[in-house]
Design a protein around this ligand. Structure first.
Ligand SMILES: Cc1cc2nc3c(=O)[nH]c(=O)nc-3n(C[C@H](O)[C@H](O)[C@H](O)COP(=O)(O)OP(=O)(O)OC[C@H]3O[C@@H](n4cnc5c(N)ncnc54)[C@H](O)[C@@H]3O)c2cc1C
Ligand code: FES
Length: 366
């Protein structure tokens, strides 16, 4: 009896599996949605071939929505208001949308497939985001797993961005990686150097883009990126500024400090950089130099696990231990954070305990 039940269950599962496979194949290779119209903000109309994602289709029309994961449905950055024709909300979208967003019909553009005419609304600023061609001018090793890349822009020859924003770097195919991908990287250079762009990229083991950057990309090679994206940028107030970063999170803070120094900012600032050991520190002298360039600035590296032979005489432990030493007036302080999600969560908690208001804490986590 048991064997019969198992056989029947197995057969049913096999048939269900085969049917879904047939549906996927039919959807991919046989479905023809013909020409569909995209109405953007009621102003721009595009006629496109149906069947691709809204994100990819807009990209083809040179409209670039943010997409840190390159369309894999794992970053939640490609949100877009769909007024009509997006089809039902998919389970893959739900984790990234609030109840409010769902009720407004905000969707993830990489998950919405164009199967019929569609009406969308996007911020006007998105029309200023462009695709750039650039040449790799210099690659410098900062640590065993972090490199700085300097690109000289070719076409367009300059870029306008705010310190703290990021770009999407597009890879080429290499070895086993046949399909190019795109990933988000914070710009580390000063916005005033508009003909070049610098990125600080940490190797992620087995990572598609970072393996390409670290092992395959060479000086003199041409690359493409789109941007600028993001709302992590300096708020122009008189408030004190607290910068906190870890690992490659130094990139946007470098851009911000270069911009603030060039513009002779008189604001009071402190920058905590969290690293594990001495081997993870980089640009230390460079950031201490801002203590001379800026009116009131301190650079404070903090090591969480210095090695025995590090001979480290600086601060150790958690950055949150040292906040009160440097932050004088929490009610009048803005915090700019960049690092891993775990670090950002711990810092936000510490900053709130210290009295810094939620709405004055800005961050990019990756
Ligand atoms: C707004 C924004 C700005 C960013 N700025 C920078 C930056 O300035 N410098 C920088 O180095 N990175 C930055 N990132 C991260 C970057 O976009 C990529 O996610 C990262 O470089 C990994 O890409 P990959 O293609 O090499 O790895 P993938 O092929 O995407 O991932 C390979 C595997 O590693 C895991 N993984 C992915 N990312 C990480 C990670 N960071 N740590 C541990 N495991 C991971 C994945 O889950 C997967 O299992 C930023 C991300 C965002 C969203
Ligand atoms: S592009 Fe990342 S979720 Fe859509």
């Amino acid at each position: 009896m048991l064997i019969l039940i198992l056989q029947t269950t197995g057969l049913t599962a096999l048939i269900a599996g085969l049917l879904s496979l047939i549906l996927v194949i039919a959807e991919r290779y046989l479905a023809d949605y013909g020409e569909c119209k995209i109405d953007i903000n009621g102003k721009r109309k595009e006629v496109v071939k149906g069947g691709s994602s809204l994100l990819a289709t807009l990209n083809e029309k040179k409209i670039y929505l943010a997409s840190a994961c390159g369309g894999r449905g794992s970053c939640g950055f490609c949100k877009c208001l769909v007024l009509d024709g997006g089809g039902p909300l998919l389970p893959t979208e739900k984790p990234f949308l609030t109840t409010d967003e769902i009720s407004q019909n905000i969707r993830l553009a990489c998950q919405v497939k164009i199967k019929q005419d569609i009406k969308i609304q996007i911020p006007e600023a998105i029309f200023n985001i462009r695709k750039y061609k650039a040449v790799v001018e210099k690659i410098v090793d900062f640590t065993y797993d972090i490199k700085e890349l300097t690109f000289r822009l070719l076409e367009p020859a300059t870029i306008d961005f705010k310190a703290g924003q990021y770009v999407q770097l597009h890879t080429r195919s290499y070895e086993k990686i046949k399909n190019p991908v795109s990933r988000a990287y914070s710009i580390s250079s000063n916005p005033s150097q508009s003909n070049l762009l610098q990125l600080i990229i940490r190797r992620v083991p087995e990572g598609i883009c970072t393996t390409w950057v670290h092992d395959y990309l060479k000086e003199g090679e041409e690359i493409e990126f789109t941007g600028p994206f993001g709302d992590f940028y300096i708020r122009e107030t008189e408030a004190d500024m607290l910068f906190i970063a870890g690992g490659s999170g130094k990139a946007p803070i470098k851009s911000m400090l270069e911009w603030l120094a060039e513009n002779k900012s008189q604001r009071r600032m402190v920058y905590f950089f969290g690293a594990r050991a001495v081997q993870d520190l980089y640009l230390t002298e460079y950031f201490h130099d801002f203590e001379k360039k800026l009116a009131d600035f301190n650079y404070v590296p903090v090591l969480s696990q210095p090695l025995e032979n590090d001979k480290w005489e600086g601060r150790t432990g958690y950055i949150t231990q040292y906040l009160t030493e440097f932050v004088r007036d929490c009610a009048n302080t803005e915090a700019y954070l960049c690092g891993s999600p775990a670090m950002i969560n711990a810092m936000v908690k510490g900053l709130k305990e210290c009295g810094i208001k939620d709405e004055k804490i800005y961050y990019d986590s990756f």
